[in-house]
Design a protein around this ligand. Structure first.
Ligand code: SF4
Length: 248
């Protein structure tokens, strides 16, 4: 695949995202929380909206892949990319945590997840990765450290599949998936940039304007989108801070 191909591919991604925004509105994606509703319903609607958004991202991705003839060669059970550094926004982190707390009435399951997050933190601290300043080097070393995503089940399925973050939805291999076992930067893979960022920003923007019943403002949007943090890092903020573990 040459540069020109990738330029066209990325452009088509962004164009498709923008073209579909009105469709998202019509189909109810931005019917997010109404603050007059009871607390639990509000959280449920927020999570449902994100799941719905995720389905639309999946549909968009498959139409783009079809248009460019990129057939994914990886499938369920191939979890090599779950050892990569996955960066997410604070907005996604909150939705994931809300989904986990809605799904489970078992304190034990939450404690198990906290335990996995603790182990991840210890390994990150012990690996010297936090001293890496260059993003490329960081991703490379993170992959080499074999830090498994805390949400990856032993059978290689994703335990938060319906609300998995957008990088996990848009990344795929169209070459030999085995190459992803030993390399964080495989040429025949695609990460879904930049349009996943555009869609997420639109969603966060609509969400803020509906939730607070005030005109959306850029600083609020920025707050939602500001954190491009590692998935486990972002989740720790929710798992270990009781004041954050429920919706405000
Ligand atoms: S969230 Fe799920 S899909 Fe994404 S890296 Fe973790 S286990 Fe894999």
């Amino acid at each position: 695949m040459n540069e020109e191909f990738w330029d066209r591919f990325r452009y088509a991604n962004a164009e498709a995202a923008l073209k579909n925004f009105n469709k998202f509105v019509d189909e109810g994606i931005i019917l997010i929380p109404d603050v007059s509703e009871p607390h639990l319903d509000t959280i449920k609607r927020e999570v449902d909206s994100y799941i719905y958004l995720g389905n639309i991202i999946d549909i968009l991705m498959s139409s783009i892949r079809e248009q460019f003839g990129l057939l994914p060669s990886c499938s369920k059970g191939c979890a090599y990319c779950c050892y990569q550094a996955v960066f997410i926004t604070s907005f996604e982190a909150r939705i994931i945590w809300q989904w986990i707390t809605l799904q489970t009435d078992s304190k034990e399951r939450i404690e198990r997840l906290k335990h996995r997050l603790r182990i991840w933190r210890e390994r990150i601290q012990g690996s010297g990765l936090t001293q890496t300043v260059n993003t490329y080097q960081f991703k490379k070393r993170y992959f080499q450290a074999r830090l498994r995503c805390p949400f990856l089940n032993n059978d290689k399925s994703c335990s938060i599949y319906p609300v998995r973050p957008t990088p996990c939805r848009t990344y795929f291999s169209f070459g030999n998936p085995e190459r992803c076992l030993s390399n964080a930067f495989v040429p025949d893979t695609y990460d879904g940039e930049p349009w996943r960022q555009i869609i997420l920003a639109m969603f966060a923007f609509s969400y803020e304007s509906t939730r607070y019943k005030v005109p959306s403002n850029v600083s609020k949007l920025k707050k939602e989108m500001e954190l491009l943090d590692l998935l486990p890092n972002a989740m720790m903020k929710f798992a270990f801070d009781d004041s954050l573990s429920s919706s405000e």
